[in-house]
Design a protein around this ligand. Structure first.
Ligand SMILES: [Zn+2]
Ligand SMILES: [Zn+2]
Length: 345
């Protein structure tokens, strides 16, 4: 199956596949809307400012961020709560209004990330492939354009979700049309352009930054971290170390001070029966860190301080031990940037 505008895409391959300039680079044609929206941000200079526009931008950002985190991530990728077929469709539609490709594409790729996080086959590990590739390069590359339907069979049995996934531009384009029809230039700029660009980068920080900056409370086989700031801009996804330690919970903030807007909304929706069976961590999981030895605690403290040194840095990776001591295969190091120089003919 192929999606709109991605007919030339190749089948998803593990990142250990040999470097191929045809697929390990940005697909300029399909990336054009992404680049254009960034350029259109300058329209803000020509748009009169009113405080209500800021509120509209915030609402546009957080409603869609909720759908991305509660929908794409916690529901479709991890099945951490239950809901009916109608609300499932609404979640998918609103999440797709974020213009982050289709619901099944998103969830299938995310499941792959958990299979070998920061290992040699991880599609977007910042500690192996650097900031730009993990943040945006892999999304825009030709290699990962197709949806691996085998990885998301449980939701691919719903024809309406497959239709949405294949026509992933329908929700964002209809939202854009409504913003312009009802809001004119301010509607375009404050309702669509600015919040969408921020929404992209907000979401992508979880792939690029939350494996590099923050503290590590739990021993996991990856470099995931907890980061308060990232949790605020991503409705709770910044508690990424919690999430990698136990991925199937509807809440990612496990303690009262770990702000998690998406979970608060899910809890609220559960009072009306719109969602149900919200999974939360058992006591022994939540407090697993209390059973760690002093050596393990020291290891986590040292890893928490790594920051930039964990970023595609051989010494940093080695100090993490385990599978990070494995050198990244040569082909992966050959694509440090999303825009490698064109192959010489
Ligand atoms: Zn991760
Ligand atoms: Zn996840």
């Amino acid at each position: 199956m192929t999606g709109i505008g991605v007919d030339q895409g190749v089948t998803e391959a593990p990142t250990t596949a040999p470097y191929d300039p045809k697929v390990d680079r940005i697909n300029l044609a399909t990336s054009l809307p992404f680049l254009t929206f960034h350029l259109m941000s300058v329209l803000v200079v020509f748009t009169p400012f009113e405080w209500k526009y800021l509120l509209i931008a915030l609402a546009s950002y957080y409603v869609r961020m909720f759908a991305v985190t509660a929908g794409y991530h916690r529901y479709f990728s991890h099945r951490s709560f239950k809901t009916g077929r109608v609300f499932q469709f609404i979640l998918a539609w609103v999440a797709q209004m974020s213009a982050q490709k289709g619901v099944l594409w998103w969830a299938a790729h995310h499941r792959h990330h958990h299979k070998d996080s920061d290992g040699v086959t991880d599609i977007h590990s910042p500690v192996r492939r650097g900031f730009w590739w993990s943040h945006i390069g892999w999304v825009l590359s030709k290699r990962y354009e197709k949806t691996n339907y085998d990885a998301i069979k449980d939701f691919a049995r719903f024809p309406e979700l497959v239709w949405l996934n294949e026509h992933y531009l329908v929700p964002p384009l209809s939202a854009l049309a409504l913003a312009v029809i009802f809001g004119g230039l301010p509607g375009l700029v404050w309702g669509a352009v600015i919040p969408t660009v921020l929404l992209w980068h907000g979401t992508f920080t979880i792939n690029s930054l939350s494996h590099v900056f923050g503290s590590r409370r739990y021993l996991t086989t990856d470099t995931s971290r907890n980061n308060f700031l990232l949790a605020l801009i991503t409705c709770g996804e910044g508690w990424h170390n919690n999430h990698h330690f136990h991925m199937n919970t509807a809440n990612q903030g496990w303690f009262w001070w770990q702000i998690d807007f998406s979970y608060y909304v899910l809890k609220f929706l559960s009072w009306f029966g719109i969602v149900s069976d919200l999974k939360t961590p058992k006591h022994e999981i939540k407090y697993a860190f209390e059973t760690y030895t002093d050596a393990q605690k020291a290891e986590l403290a040292a890893q928490s301080k790594l920051g930039f040194n964990a970023w595609n840095d051989a010494a940093g990776l080695k100090s993490l031990g385990g599978k990070y001591a494995t050198p990244t295969p040569e082909p992966m190091l050959a694509i440090p940037s999303p825009m490698p120089a064109p192959a010489k003919s």
